[in-house]
Design a protein around this ligand. Structure first.
Ligand code: PLP
Length: 403
């Protein structure tokens, strides 16, 4: 007999992460010996650069390594983060305005927990990274979704932001470059948003985890750098997972108003305490060592991006905006929603289409619904060129078999 477990009602609206679910499904099929190409994971296929691993290895032999550290992270690391973010965002950030956490996901969780009272609203432009709405809800807040259009390169407009504000609106999430769309805001767009943010007295949660992964003529423009007024009201969320291929080391960080960082540190102090010491040492090496590895990985991502977009656009009925940052393509596959598979199933929505693609087509992509964009799918191009060619070929053949 199983115990009749009653779980907390705060979990009722919470969904499991769809990207993790797709990745796990593809991994299981692979473990069963099935040849599946996975475009699911939001993770570089590169190994963590050798000099970063070497720094961690060398540190292991030093006395004191492996003990608790300051809850907020060791001071040399917070200093290095403060220096880098001050330079990037053209402002002055002190080390005590920095909190190091167990991945940027943890940073964001701490942030929403520290910021939101029940019913407080957070504006989230869609398509959005899967975890924002659920994290806001876990913290008792209310996500307010702002729909954007592929034709506008998925950019939210100042008018939309202004119209969505209520007396309960606390903050807007700006994920630039965007997961899942790869969109990068232009300077003019950032300046337009900066204006409305001040008018409406909002906090900006600037999730910059992909800021170093921009391609072609796109540039990352910091909203915090627009003016001191913006710097004051922006919380920067950043980390090493994507830029340095360090997803499993689990280090992310937040820099922002001192009162907020202190509140987040209090939460971290009562939950996880410091992030792993050895990972903090590796992160220090990543930030202060040679940056050549970043350029090399960016170049490889760019080549793969071009190839993937070319192949996707060659599929009849599929349209794909040019992603200018991060490492995702986000094509519109709505022309195939509602079609019949050769086995006779109706693929009623993008979730069913993706389920069928992995089971029959042996290629894993993430349904756009998880990102608030039904009819789209997300493909990560942080994988080999051979994978891209084989996998997009599988998608093309599978879709061609639908009637
Ligand atoms: C937009 C965005 N923010 C934050 C994160 C969290 O990254 P991590 O917790 O690995 O630092 C991710 C990871 O997928 C992401 O795509």
């Amino acid at each position: 007999m199983t115990y009749p477990m009653k779980l907390a009602s705060r979990l009722d609206p919470i969904k499991p992460s769809i990207t993790l679910a797709v990745t796990a499904k593809a991994a299981k099929l692979k473990a069963d010996g099935i040849d599946v190409v996975s475009f699911g994971a939001g993770e570089p296929d590169f190994d963590t650069p050798a000099h970063i691993k070497d720094a961690a290895r060398a540190a292991l032999d030093k006395p004191g390594v492996g003990k608790y550290t300051d809850v907020a992270g060791v001071l040399p690391l917070r200093k290095a983060i403060a220096a880098e973010l001050s330079a990037v965002h053209k402002t002055t950030i002190a080390p005590d305005q920095v909190l190091v956490s167990t991945g940027a996901k943890h940073s964001l969780f701490n942030l929403f927990m520290a910021l939101l009272d029940p019913g407080d609203e957070v504006l989230i432009p869609a398509p959005f990274w899967v975890s924002y709405p659920d994290m806001v809800m876990l913290a008792g807040g209310r996500p307010v979704i702002l729909e954007t259009r592929a034709e506008d390169d998925f950019a939210v407009t100042p008018q939309q932001v202004a119209a969505a504000c209520s007396p309960r609106t606390r903050a807007i999430v700006l994920n630039n470059p965007s997961n899942p769309t790869g969109a990068v805001y232009t300077r003019a767009q950032i300046e337009g948003l900066a204006k409305v943010v001040v008018e409406k007295d909002l906090l900006v949660i600037s999730d910059d985890i992909y800021r170093q992964l921009v391609y072609g003529d796109a540039e990352y423009v910091s909203i915090a750098a627009v003016s001191p007024e913006l710097a004051k009201r922006t919380v920067l969320v950043d980390g090493v997972s994507k830029t340095y291929a360090m997803t499993g080391w689990r280090i992310g960080y937040t820099a922002g108003p001192l009162a907020l960082i202190k509140a987040m540190t209090k939460i971290q102090g009562q939950s996880t305490s410091n992030p792993t010491h050895i990972s903090q040492i590796a992160t220090l090496a990543a930030l202060t060592g040679s940056q050549d590895c970043v350029g090399e990985m960016r170049k490889a991502f760019d080549e793969r991006r071009i190839e993937m977009v070319k192949l996707l656009r060659a599929i009849p009925g599929v349209t794909c905006r040019e992603p200018k940052g991060a490492f995702y393509a986000f094509p519109d596959v709505s022309a195939y929603v509602g079609k019949h598979s050769p086995e006779g199933a109706i693929l009623d929505d993008d979730v069913q289409l993706c389920d069928w693609l992995v089971e029959v087509g042996k290629v894993a992509v993430v349904p756009g619904s998880g990102f608030g964009a039904p009819g789209f799918v997300r493909l990560s191009y942080a994988c080999s060129m051979a994978n891209i060619q084989d996998g997009v070929g599988r998608i093309a053949r599978a879709l061609a078999s639908l009637v």
